[in-house]
Each structure stands twice: as structure tokens, then as C-alpha cells.
Design a protein around this ligand. Structure first.
Ligand SMILES: NC(=O)c1ccc[n+]([C@@H]2O[C@H](COP(=O)([O-])OP(=O)(O)OC[C@H]3O[C@@H](n4cnc5c(N)ncnc54)[C@H](OP(=O)(O)O)[C@@H]3O)[C@@H](O)[C@H]2O)c1
Length: 361
């Protein structure tokens, strides 16, 4: 087997892609570890700013045609005129993370604390039981605040929008991370067959994975405007009108939606996982559509595939995932932040993996 070692360095972040033969692997493995359904030899990548020593294999070649250019990951946060540098060095910037109680969302809070100087609103369903998040807040009470959010409950999305509007008056980056897959034992999903689909689970998956992120983006997008009008009036909880002077001269704001490769329609060669696939495809369509609209207000958006990451969500499926394809959560999040910090106007609305490679819709 060809064995190429590629360590991506700060100096030379370019990638040579090895296109290996498609491996024959059992569906249960391929379903989850769909970064693993192509033999990519042992080419290895490390991320620019990962604190982890983990080295990931090259992402697979997708089936279908991507409609966006790849994001060339570079150390933009180090370029002092870059969007990311300005946002990360602004102590008044506000980062909102949903799904912050555990897994990838919790790591976003940790990584943003290291990379950025601004405030972090960490949203979760049950702040009183989010112990890992509480520990972070106790170490950084001036920077991190926990607010309740259940993506299935529109009233909590409205309440969160109102609180952020009144108390922060701006949002610079929104990370829509929360998502559900199910374990196939205690939940109907992920389903292997049409016969196993249950309406309630399908509706719940759509509510958490697609509808919730769209409604939260709607609630916060007025606070993300960076072009045009600088003063906006928004309606408060009690019908009161709140006048807000948005910050001057800040760079484009960012919405990052946590998607999954299985949301790709053209890359779907295995079937199954109906509720999850449907909901992530819907999120991808929302991302593409919002990309066209939000560009006009100076907000960029992208859908991201994190790669198979060692969290509660992937636990039930990990036994068939090769060790080098199971990403530590800090590696994943730093990779995703590298991609968001390296994106440009031409990427807004697109769908990318953790290495910045465009995935076909
Ligand atoms: N891990 C992977 O390998 C992988 C692969 C591809 C894509 N992804 C995507 O990455 C994202 C994060 O996944 P993860 O691995 O970090 O999952 P995870 O460890 O299972 O965490 C899921 C998070 O979503 C929250 N959540 C669930 N239902 C919610 C609701 N109704 N309202 C608000 N929050 C809710 C959970 O909160 P509670 O603590 O309250 O339950 C938790 O914070 C998901 O969108 C997932 O689809 C993950």
C-alpha cells in the first residue's frame, strides 16, 4: 500500500490528494465512519492549530460534484487584517454556541476561550445539570455565560434571542452544534430500513437538526448585520421596541452549522439513516439558501462535517471505526475553527469537511 506521510505545517499548508481505491466495508461501519469508506492509504494530516497530537488520515473523495471551491486552510487568525484576527482579538465580540453541554459543542466553548478574547454564550437544554460546562464558567465567569435553549421549543429560542438582544446587542459568530442521531436501540433512529421509520423520531430529528438551527439563526441574524443600516429596532419580549446601535467596522460575522457527510444526496451510496440524513440534507439546503440572503448583510454561513468524532453521539457505532479515523474532540473543533477562520465570501453557503474540502450537496 502506498504510504505517504503528510504533516501539514504552518509554513506549507498545501495538500496532495491521494485517490485510493474504494474499500469494501460492512455497512454498519461505513454508515457512521463514512470518512472511512475510501482507502486513503496512510497519508496523515495534522491541523494548523490543534492542541492535539492526533494525526488524521486524508478525507475521502466524495461522490458527486461540489459546487463550492475548497477552503484552503491557512493561519488567517495570524494575519492581522483578516476577518478572523479582528474577530478573535475583539474583547467585545460575542460568540454563541448551542449544544454546549457536551461533545463538540462543549469543546467549541473551550477552544474559543483559547483562540478568541470575546464573550461566549454557551446554550444548552439544562444548565443546572451541565456540569462540565459549569466548571468552565466558574473558571471564566466574565467571559462565558450559560443560557437555556431547547431547539424543539420555539419559546426558548425566542427567549434566548431576547436576552442576547437586550444584554449583548451583537453576535459575531453563531455555532449551531446541537444535533441528534439516536443509538438504534433506545431510539428508532438511526433507521436501517423504511419499515423502521417512526414519525415522532423523524419529526424530532428535523426539529433539532434542521428547524431549530434555522430559527435560531433567524432570531440572532439582526445582531449579526455588518453592512448597511447600523441602527436597528427589534421587538422585545413584551412587544417593546429596542433600538440597537450595531458595532461599526467589524468584519463579516459567521454562522457555522454542524452537518454530516451523510447529509450529502449525491454521496449517498448506502441508504439507511433516514431521519438523520433527511435532517442534515435540510440543514444543508438551509445553509445554501441562507448563504445567498445573508451575504447582503455581511454574514457568512457554512455547513461543516466534523469527521467521526469521539463523543456520546458516535459511541454506539465506534467499535467498527478504525482508531485513526476516530477524531479526538479537540482535534475536530480546532480543525473546524481553522476552516471557518480561513473561509471567504466565495465559500458562504457551502458544505465542507473538517479539512476544508467541499462536499457535494
Ligand atoms: N460525533 C460525530 O462523529 C459527528 C459526526 C458527524 C456530525 N456530527 C454532528 O456534530 C454535532 C455535535 O455532535 P456531538 O457528537 O457533539 O453530539 P453529542 O455529544 O451527542 O452532543 C449533542 C448535543 O446536542 C444537544 N441537544 C440535543 N437535543 C437538543 C435540543 N433539543 N435542544 C438543544 N440541544 C440539544 C445535547 O444536549 P443535552 O446534553 O441536553 O442532551 C448535546 O449538547 C451534531 O450536530 C452532529 O450531528 C457529529
Amino acid at each position: 500500500m502506498k504510504c505517504l506521510l503528510l504533516v501539514r505545517s504552518l509554513v506549507m499548508p498545501s495538500i496532495k490528494i491521494y485517490r485510493g481505491p474504494i474499500a469494501r466495508i460492512p455497512p454498519v461501519f461505513a454508515y457512521f465512519g463514512d470518512d472511512g469508506n475510501i482507502d486513503v492509504g496512510c497519508r496523515i494530516l495534522t491541523r494548523l492549530s490543534s492542541s492535539s497530537s492526533f494525526q488524521a488520515p486524508e478525507p475521502p473523495q466524495s461522490h458527486g460534484q461540489p459546487v463550492f471551491p475548497d477552503v484552503v486552510v491557512q493561519n488567517n487568525a495570524g494575519l492581522n487584517d483578516s476577518n478572523a484576527f479582528i474577530r478573535n482579538n475583539d474583547a467585545d465580540a460575542v460568540f454563541v454556541v448551542n449544544g454546549a453541554s457536551r461533545g463538540i459543542g462543549l469543546q467549541f466553548v473551550k477552544s474559543l476561550l483559547q483562540r478568541a478574547k470575546g464573550k461566549i454564550v454557551a446554550c444548552c437544554r439544562s444548565p443546572s445539570t451541565a456540569h462540565d460546562l459549569q466548571i468552565i464558567v466558574s473558571g471564566h465567569p466574565e467571559r462565558v455565560r450559560i443560557l437555556p435553549l431547547d431547539l424543539e421549543q420555539q419559546s426558548t429560542i425566542d427567549d434566548l434571542g431576547n436576552t442576547i438582544t437586550k444584554e449583548y446587542q451583537r453576535v459575531d459568530a453563531l455555532f449551531n452544534v446541537a444535533g441528534i442521531l439516536g443509538d438504534g436501540i433506545t431510539t428508532p433512529g438511526p433507521e436501517r430500513t423504511l419499515a423502521s421509520i417512526e414519525r415522532d423520531w423523524l419529526e424530532k430529528s428535523l426539529a433539532v437538526n434542521a428547524i431549530g438551527p434555522v430559527m435560531l439563526t433567524k432570531a440572532l441574524s439582526p445582531l449579526m448585520r455588518t453592512t448597511g443600516r447600523r441602527t436597528i429596532t427589534v421587538e422585545g419580549q413584551d412587544g417593546d421596541q429596542i433600538k440597537i446601535d450595531l458595532p461599526q467596522g467589524r468584519p463579516q460575522t459567521i454562522v457555522a452549522n454542524l452537518s454530516a457527510r451523510v447529509g450529502s444526496i449525491s454521496d449517498n451510496r448506502l441508504g439507511g439513516w433516514y431521519s438523520y440524513r433527511l435532517s442534515k440534507s435540510a440543514l444543508n439546503q438551509a445553509t445554501k439558501t441562507l448563504g445567498l440572503e445573508l451575504k447582503r448583510q455581511g454574514t457568512w454561513i457554512l455547513a461543516l462535517h466534523p469527521g467521526t468524532t469521539d463523543t456520546d453521539l458516535s459511541k454506539p457505532f465506534q467499535k467498527n471505526v478504525q482508531k485513526e479515523r476516530l477524531f479526538p474532540v479537540d482535534f475536530t473543533v480546532n480543525s473546524l475553527l481553522d476552516v471557518t477562520e480561513s473561509m471567504g465570501d466565495e465559500h458562504s453557503g457551502g458544505y465542507f469537511d473538517w479539512a476544508g474540502k467541499a462536499i457535494p450537496f
